[in-house]
Design a protein around this ligand. Structure first.
Ligand SMILES: [Zn+2]
Length: 213
């Protein structure tokens, strides 16, 4: 995150009662003690500072308005009216229930109607929502809605495949399980042919139980 942006957020946060960096570091010290260790020992002395800096990265998405990311859309499609797909966008997020990593990939597709958008912006949009406390279903729907609002395309589809470390490292300890969610709007929801074409492109078998959110 650029420095001025993080400072701006710190200022805004302070106004809204955002805790200070010191308070955040103290909270990490409490969790270390809660885990059963000595927060003052050599190896852990600088850990609270590192964790707080890591949080700035993990949750950088709160400081970014998705509308700004999508701001400049390109009106000219040059008659292109086929599906636009960006496959396998890797993302890292954190589940809002355990603050454990969710790691996976997103496929974003849309069917243009007059407007198209730079591919890097699709990847950036994913990042804005991933770098927040999330549940996968919500993130899937948020990406789709933001794209739909900005581009007003004939259809939008977002498919997310991810592993949740709160499932693999704790609780039920189910390793190697990916959760698949999808959010389909417009032609991808209403037209089975368009939907099938998309699933063939992204390589998700039509038989996969997509949790439509
Ligand atoms: Zn969780």
């Amino acid at each position: 995150m650029p420095k001025d942006q993080s400072e701006k957020r710190a200022r805004n946060g302070a106004k809204n009662g955002r805790p200070s960096r010191e308070e955040a570091e103290d909270a990490v010290r409490v969790l270390i003690r809660w885990a059963g260790d000595d927060a003052e020992r050599e190896g852990l002395k600088n850990t609270p500072g590192r964790v707080v800096r890591a949080y700035e990265e993990y949750f950088a998405g709160y400081a970014i308005d998705p509308a700004d990311v999508l701001g400049r859309t390109f009106k000219e499609t040059n008659g292109y009216d086929e599906i636009v797909v960006l496959k396998d966008i890797r993302f890292e997020s954190h589940c809002e229930h355990h603050i454990a990593p969710i790691i996976g990939k997103v496929h974003v597709a849309y069917l243009p109607d007059k407007r198209v958008i730079g591919i890097s912006k699709l990847a950036r949009l994913v990042e804005v929502f991933a770098k927040r406390l999330q549940i996968q279903e919500k993130m899937t729907a948020q990406i789709a809605s933001a794209l739909n609002d900005a581009l007003k395309p004939k259809g939008v589809a977002v498919i997310v495949e991810a592993a949740h470390q709160c499932m693999t490292t704790r609780g039920v300890h189910k390793a190697g399980v990916a959760m698949v969610t999808s959010h389909m709007l417009g032609a991808f929801r209403d037209d089975p042919m368009t939907r099938r074409e998309l699933l063939a492109i992204v390589g998700v078998p039509a038989s996969t139980a997509l949790t439509n959110v």
